[in-house]
Design a protein around this ligand. Sequence first.
Ligand code: NAD
Length: 472
Amino acid sequence: MPVTQSFIGGRSIPSTETFPNIDPATGKSIGDVARSGADEVDLAVAAARTIQPEWAKTSPEQRSILLTKMADAVTAHRDELARLECEDTGKPLTQAYADVDVCARYFRYYGHCIETYYGITIPMRDDMHVYTRREPFGVTGHIVAWNYPLQLISRAAATSLAAGNAAVVKPADETPRTAVRLAELIVEVGFPAGVFNVVTGLGAEAGAALTAHPGVDHLGFVGSTEVGSLIAHAAADRVVPTVLELGGKSANVVFADADVDAAVPFLVKSILQNAGQTCSAGSRLIVHRDVHDEVISKMAAAFRKTTIGVGVDDPDLGPLISKKQQGRVRDLVAGISRGTVVTGGTIPEGLGDGSFFAPTLIDGVDPSDEIAQQEVFGPVVVATQFSDDDEAVAIANGTDYALLAAAWTQNLSRGHRMAQQLQAGQVYVNTYGAGGGVELPFGGFRKSGYGREKGFEALDAYTQTKTVVMKL
Ligand code: NAD
């Protein structure tokens, strides 16, 4: 069995202990993963600390050239990376290819941005020259989820490296291979060894060691709200800034004046993409009673047409990440006390030992029900009717999460009102998500997290402001 090993200071580091990398489509092992821990984290942080001051002295132009080369390298290895991502996560091959393309785009985008990222001058008084500098933190630690490994790592690391930090990444236990491949490519294109390091391993071991490490100056976390809270506590103990990208329970609000035929493909994709294992999944459907029956029947028809299978065969829907996740989704659906399961609700038959779950539409839930409040992280959407705009807004804003929201309406004023009233880090009107949305600041309100990744604004999250005051 091939072993995926940590990549630290420009080379692979073997670990004596390993754990299996399970293919979620078959339940079988496709290799072993080095179970690195505190020792490897120490090594990685030391490698990053050693090189970071030198890296920070490179010019924005030099960093830009390397980041752009890395974008080209990702594209040149498109087939290989998509295949690895597809097998590790279970996602359909087309979606894995899209993730590779977005990954390349992050490196290119931040390669471009960093050349136009400046401090400001402040006209305080004629005899004072005042300006700000945006300076790197030093070593940034990144702990990410398994659902979009290439995207999550590149959106954080490209930003961090562009700003002059050095990074240590702990990929999710289930999906280590593309992280390690990115680390190898980063060295191949000419980044100094140690600027980008990957430590494979388990959350409670390698993840916890990275979080607590005194040599880490900034933490970026993408994952569940529960673990995010642990990370924030550990960071607070050391007074280290964090970006927390956490869970969601995002709503599509469909008004009576919506163009239903234009909306339905987005409503479907927003919950079925990556088998619903997307932080920004459109997992709640809040629909005006006048168009309710039409929307439900059109979505149900689309759900029934969905092809389900092994990711590399490129169906519409692949498996969930693990048996554990499959069991969780099944139990949440089985536990509903109100509502009707219009389609799905079960583990589809005849698909072997993979962790599949059928596309599921549950209508008539109460907004307070567990299934309407908790992040299911599966291909499950719950629908609720409303009668007026205020009611729609109250339902949409009525969860602890606030990551994304979308309003579907042909009334321009209503669209703008919704953009103000819907509480979420991103609000869409007559669309949902935006093909990776590299340029769009992304992050949550409330328990969906804090800080922003993506877009120009993310450079602020990965730098600190120094104000310089000079008496003339
Ligand atoms: P998770 O919180 O279980 O794990 C995330 C990462 O944290 C993994 O790398 C894991 O190994 C690590 N980890 C686990 N315990 C740890 C500990 N004690 N100390 C340090 N690290 C630890 O989340 P998951 O199940 O991998 O991912 C699903 C969650 O991620 C969902 O809630 C989803 O919404 C969220 N997510 C959010 C975004 C976003 O940008 N907001 C994007 C993708 C996923």
